[in-house]
Design a protein around this ligand. Structure first.
Ligand SMILES: [Fe+2]
Ligand SMILES: [Fe+2]
Length: 248
């Protein structure tokens, strides 16, 4: 029995592909097939697979239907967190998604799920992504302050959702946590954030995140241990479509 995670499948069986990199970068060529084969090799129905956001390019549930069919056919218990491209997922209607897709898929937001004696908690998260202003040596010398102020509001809303998830798990008696975010836990300066602070406050052993695509973005945030918590990036192209084992 193991816990696995991968993110950013960006499926488009029933919708129009929007990202140009997904057309040109060889890592994305038939990525759905690569992932399916790797999952069937590694993962059994006793395992749990957390899909860490950006599941589908579909704009609504009907466009996403073939993508959900693909996800349902993957082995293991499937848990989904919300990504910035998941237009089908109205943040206020997570409970409806859970009713509609139960027991095959679980949508993780304002709630929690369980792996052994761990609570799996999570939310989309958010981080300020610039624009940053660079000097001639590509050092950051400033950023767009209006965009930063807007980002702060989104971060605060996501922090409330994450705390709701932690508190629900704690109220149910859980003391061990694995925390999932779609966005990286920090901005590219890798400064502490409300998300790293919350992971430490509740004693999460791991923080799993995705969203960072392409070589130039893979190291935007923390990898490995930081202040007692282990951070792992699981975007699909970073993992070359092999889900990462998070816990045995
Ligand atoms: Fe993505
Ligand atoms: Fe994303």
């Amino acid at each position: 029995m193991s816990l696995y995670a991968i993110g950013d499948l960006h499926l488009h069986y029933g919708s129009v592909l929007k990202a140009p990199s997904q057309l040109h970068d060889p890592i994305w060529k038939k990525h759905e097939e690569k992932l399916r084969k790797n999952c069937l090799k590694m993962i059994t129905n006793e395992d749990t697979l957390v899909l860490v956001g950006d599941h589908s390019w579909g704009k609504n549930l009907s466009q996403c239907e073939p993508d959900f069919a693909y996800i349902r056919a993957l082995p293991g218990k499937k848990i989904l967190t919300r990504g910035n491209h998941d237009m089908f997922w109205d943040a206020k209607k997570t409970a409806e998604l859970n009713t509609r897709f139960s027991p095959e898929l679980f949508f993780l937001q304002d709630n929690f799920n369980v792996y052994q004696d761990f609570a799996l908690v999570g939310t989309k998260g958010y981080t300020f992504e610039g624009p940053f202003y660079l000097d001639g040596r590509r050092r950051i010398i400033g950023w767009d302050e209006e965009a930063e102020a807007h980002a702060k509001k989104l971060v605060e809303r996501e922090a409330v959702r994450l705390r709701t998830s932690f508190e629900a798990a704690r109220a149910a008696g859980f003391q061990k946590f694995v925390m999932f975010l779609h966005y990286p836990p920090t901005n590219i300066l890798q400064e502490r954030s409300v998300f790293t602070d919350m992971a430490e406050e509740y004693g999460a052993c791991k923080v799993i995140y995705a969203h960072c695509h392409g070589q130039s973005r893979f190291y935007d945030s923390i990898h490995g241990e930081y202040r007692g918590v282990t951070y792992q990036l699981v975007s699909g192209d970073f993992l070359r479509w092999k889900s990462m084992k998070i816990l045995d």
